[in-house]
Design a protein around this ligand. Structure first.
Ligand code: SAH
Length: 349
């Protein structure tokens, strides 16, 4: 007979859980058991990070995308999407603002936009690193060739976020057009790690067609890949996508998964995501209390924020960077945590 408390205790100790145990836990965990899991995960995060929350300044550099991911609001076939791209100077001025506000990590994220060639990206990364040598640059620009990743790394980029989205090929194929393959995504992740990037994987919770088995396989993939960072948040429908009528992923399940990930990967950098804050007004605070240790306030120019619309009702689209950080500091304080000005690199031991 399987028992959730036993499985949770195994996750919290040195033993790992089997696939069928993870499926069982995901499907059967009660509120009381989820609270036991939460406490263990929070304790594990406190052991590793105390009450310090790292911040990453998110700069959304382009809403152009050549891909057509079925869930994403900036997919190429969304004719209603407003497209923009930031210039190098605009990106640098976001960094300048961010630096003054205490950010020491800048995350440049965007759709897969051919305009941002290796030459241009290397120039941008190099300029940020020479202006702010004490800062980390994280890129989140989708799939690129190994040579391209290597050039970006050599130009000074420190980290790369590329969610695997789902570790099950069949599920991947239902979320993406035919030309996109899980194999390519996984190949990119492997290349990024080999090159030396602090590498981030991750997935959406409650994406269409997702099963408990898929989630268990996501967790097992994370365990074996051992990423430095892991981004998970609820799927949220976007009105102009084929998944417009789907339901959002559940907050409860997202929190349970955050806690499981914290126990499986004690030192992983784990954000309480904007998507979690979008589906629940207190989502990011709850995420921290369930084992997350990172928040990613938006540093993009206010005039473009609403146009980087991956999903409906995204929060913080009207605010200035300074307001975002003030709001988040207050939120973290309200639960007894504090935002710190620290690069917040992965600590290997
Ligand atoms: N082009 C980059 C960045 C994608 S946006 C890349 O391919 O990696 C970052 C993440 O947002 C995606 O990896 C996806 O997991 C998430 N996302 C996209 N659409 C979403 C939606 N509708 N709901 C929730 N998360 C979404």
């Amino acid at each position: 007979m399987m028992n959730c408390t036993d499985i949770i205790n195994r996750l919290g100790g040195t033993q790992s859980a089997e696939r069928e145990e993870l499926v069982y836990l995901i499907e059967n965990i009660t509120d009381d058991e989820a609270e036991i899991l939460r406490k263990l995960a929070q304790k594990k995060a406190l052991e590793n990070f105390s009450k310090k929350i790292y911040i990453r300044g998110l700069i959304e550099i382009s809403s152009y995308c050549k891909n057509d991911c079925l869930y994403c609001g900036i997919r190429r076939s969304n004719k209603n999407a407003v497209r923009y791209r930031l210039t190098k100077n605009e990106i640098l001025s976001c960094c300048e603002k961010g630096y003054a506000l205490g950010f020491r990590t800048f995350v440049l994220q965007g759709g897969e936009d051919g305009y941002f060639t290796d030459d241009l990206m290397c120039d941008i990364v190099g300029s940020i690193k020479s202006a702010y040598p004490d800062c980390a640059v994280t890129l989140s620009l989708g799939e690129r060739s190994r040579e391209s990743f290597q050039r970006l790394f050599d130009a000074g980029a420190d980290r790369y976020l590329l969610r695997h989205e789902t570790a099950t090929a069949e599920h991947y194929s239902r979320l993406h057009p035919l030309e996109m393959k899980l194999e390519s995504r996984m190949e990119c992740l492997k290349n990024l790690k080999e090159i030396g990037f602090q590498t981030g994987a991750g997935f959406m919770v409650g994406s269409p067609f997702q099963t408990a088995e898929n989630l268990a396989d996501d967790l097992l993939f994370l365990k074996s890949f051992n990423p430095h960072m892991c981004g998970i948040g609820p799927f949220i429908p976007h009105r102009d996508t084929p998944f417009a009528d789907r339901e959002s992923g559940s907050v409860r399940l997202t929190l349970v998964l955050l806690s499981i990930i914290r126990l499986m990967l004690p030192r992983v950098l784990l954000p309480a995501t904007t998507a979690l804050g979008t589906v629940d007004g207190k989502g990011r605070e709850k995420g921290i209390l369930h084992g997350a240790n990172v928040v990613m306030p938006n540093l993009s120019p206010t005039e473009h924020r609403a146009d980087y619309s991956l999903y409906d009702n995204k929060i913080c689209t009207g605010d200035e960077a300074a307001e975002c950080i003030k709001c988040l500091s207050g939120r973290m304080k309200s639960i007894g945590y504090e935002i710190v000005t620290d690069r917040g690199d992965y600590k290997s031991c």
